[in-house]
Design a protein around this ligand. Sequence first.
Ligand code: ZN
Length: 114
Amino acid sequence: MKVKIPREINIGTYKYIVKLDSNLPDFGLLGQCQTDDGIIKLSPEQNINVRNVSLLHEVTHAIKDVFRFDADDDTVDRIAHGMAEFLFNNLEIEFDWSLIQGGENGICNHRKAQ
Ligand SMILES: [Zn+2]
């Protein structure tokens, strides 16, 4: 079953815009959750399976921030991989990125200047 990733995700009373952004601050960063700005940014330069887990990772950060529990990044990542296992390998859910900035396949046309 395909599930469209919405442009906006609600966690508690917080709203997060989901964006693809090839200009994440650190080289190699796959995603970023900015709770203060209400933005989840994901690098478009990762394969779709990695991007799916990156979204779960950043959403877990958002849940942690909104519902205020402590978890280091490694714990957040373990939760994300556990959720991925459940959603993708057990429920056979596929994420559809067509609504997210970057177009039908989630390929972002915005590239870093060379
Ligand atoms: Zn993280």
